[in-house]
Design a protein around this ligand. Structure first.
Ligand SMILES: [Zn+2]
Length: 223
């Protein structure tokens, strides 16, 4: 196993896990990090049974993992539910990896604009009493909330994985750049935009966009 392939990153599978499975078999990484948008018609483990046990699987959710609800349950109630990296920093193969899933939603927070709701609590408290909702809808759960982003920002990491892109991509968001900078990461890997590229943002941070259903190594090379 080459050092550059001890962790692999998989772009939005949208139901196609074959490239991930063959990359894991070929390169035998210590871990594989999945960048969101799985569109799971059955539980996640059923798609990747062949490589469970061969490598450690970690994942963040994308925007397509909340609707319809079966997609949500096939991820968040799967056997790999505990392997979510969302809003965490985890030591993976000796590297501190931070995760931020979800997307920026106009009805919650669309940087650089100020957030419509500062937190899930703030939003729930605003609902009319007649709604009596204590659970946030799946659509709203797919959003990046400013208070959760701010908490993650206080932590340190070597690599940040996100579903949304930073400003290195024309459809990216400054809030991802700010998060990467504050956390002191050297590299960002993101999915969602279905484009393979590498770029640098402030502080020399390297950004790698990962194409849908493709896999890259730690140097951003598509495998
Ligand atoms: Zn997406």
């Amino acid at each position: 196993m080459a050092d550059s392939s001890k962790i692999l990153f998989a772009g939005d599978p949208h139901g196609d896990f074959e490239p991930l499975i063959s990359a894991v078999k070929k390169h035998q990484p210590e871990a594989a990090v999945l960048l969101g948008d799985y569109e799971l018609k059955k539980p996640l483990q059923d798609y990747i049974q062949e490589i469970i046990g061969e490598t450690k699987i970690w994942w963040i959710p994308g925007n397509h993992d909340f609707d319809p609800p079966e997609h949500y349950h096939n991820l968040f109630s799967s056997q790999l539910a505990e392997q979510s990296l969302h809003l965490k920093v985890v030591d993976i193969a000796g590297v501190k990896v931070a995760g931020l899933g979800g997307i920026f939603l106009g009805r919650v927070w669309y940087p650089p604009h100020s957030p419509k709701w500062k937190s899930k609590r703030h939003y729930l408290n605003s609902l009319p009493v007649s709604v009596e909702s204590t659970e946030i809808s799946l659509k709203y759960q797919s959003a990046i909330w400013q208070d959760e982003w701010a908490e993650l920002k206080k932590l340190k990491a070597d690599i940040l994985v996100t579903h949304e892109g930073p400003r290195s991509h024309r459809h990216g968001f400054i809030a991802i750049d700010q998060l990467a900078e504050a956390m002191g990461v050297k590299k960002v890997f993101h999915g969602h935009l279905h484009e393979h590229y590498s770029a640098r943002i402030r502080n020399g941070i390297q950004v790698f966009g990962v194409r849908n259903a493709k896999v890259v190594d730690l140097l951003g090379n598509e495998l």
